[in-house]
Design a protein around this ligand. Structure first.
Ligand code: C5P
Length: 302
């Protein structure tokens, strides 16, 4: 949750961390009438995250550092504040300062994490007292990953990704992330997936057992992503990165979400740092991080 900093004249500022996620497993079980895809996915949040500073203001504004991103309605963080204000009738605004660390169009839910942080933070700052279910429904209007990002940790997500069931926390594994210089459009990958010949399903039952028993090597052995072959065909570089991450000693390697970021699992963060130092950068973005726990470990999922 955010940290409240008292300010003498303008109320309080709030500092928030918006954590990135990876998909330990992503299975697509069908296409829905609304064009979205029916998913079974196990998501895990990471220590890597964007920083947000919220400050009471008469209107909604957003400034972004660390990335070439628009500050207005095209940004999911701005839209989250606007949606919350319209739905609750709150009269007032917020000045949002966003420091981007999560790369864009990377399969790491950077935009969704920012939107979720704004919803959580403003619910508190504006004293709206919306319940977890209400926040989650608003989040789902902004993006399929936003409801997961509201709680973080380890979770099973179904529907188009917005139906979140909290899973037991996994041991604090290290994670090496490698993203090629290009980004990938999620909608593009799903469109190509639709024209793809049948792809075998990853074993979600085995993954859920591995998570339930907190068995990290079984988790590493159960990684699977039905979108990976599609993205690999679009960008063979993803395959080369997978090979490099495996050669750096990862216990398991997979592309996250719709890509193109590849992650490797390590027993702890220092091992991931060690591997990051050894991997050939070739213009890629490389980051050693670790699993992050849920924001409110005691609370149940939606
Ligand atoms: O929900 P979100 O805005 O993150 O989704 C981005 C795009 O990804 C959607 O417009 C849709 O084309 C695709 N998508 C999908 N099925 C999902 C999630 C996303 O087809 N379950």
């Amino acid at each position: 949750m955010g940290i409240l900093i008292p300010k003498s004249s303008r109320g309080v500022e709030m500092l928030l961390k918006a954590h990135a996620k990876i998909n330990l497993l992503l299975d697509v079980s069908g296409i829905r009438p609304d064009g979205y895809h029916e998913l079974i996915t196990v998501m895990q949040s990471l220590l890597l995250g964007d920083d947000l500073l919220l400050e009471p203001a008469p209107e909604i504004s957003l400034t972004v550092e660390g990335a070439e991103l628009p500050g207005g309605p095209a940004n999911l963080a701005w839209r989250a504040a606007d949606l919350l204000r319209r739905r609750t009738g709150y009269r007032g605004g917020v000045a949002i300062r966003l420091n981007k660390r999560i790369p864009l169009a990377a399969g790491l839910a950077g935009g969704s994490a920012d939107a979720a942080a704004v919803l959580r933070g403003l619910n508190k700052m504006w004293r709206l007292e919306l319940g977890r279910g209400e926040l989650s429904r608003l989040g789902a209007e902004l993006g399929s990953d936003v409801p997961f990002c509201l709680g973080g940790g380890t979770a099973l997500c179904r529907g188009r990704g917005e139906l979140v069931t909290r899973l037991p926390a996994l041991p604090a594994a290290g994670v090496l992330l490698v993203k090629p210089s290009f980004g990938v459009s999620t909608a593009d990958v799903y469109r190509r997936y639709d024209a793809w010949p049948e792809i075998s399903h990853p074993n979600s039952r085995r993954m859920l057992t591995a998570v339930a028993t907190a068995d990290l090597s079984a988790v590493a052995g159960s990684l699977g992503n039905k979108l990976e072959p599609v993205a690999l065909a679009m960008h063979p570089e993803i395959g080369w990165i997978k090979e490099a991450v495996a050669a750096a000693g990862a216990a398991g390697v997979l592309m996250s979400g719709s890509g193109p970021t590849v992650f490797g699992l390590f027993p702890d963060q220092p091992s991931a740092v060690w591997a990051a130092d050894r991997i050939k950068k070739d213009g890629h973005w490389v980051c050693a991080t670790a699993f992050s726990a849920a924001y409110c470990p005691g609370s149940s999922g939606t």
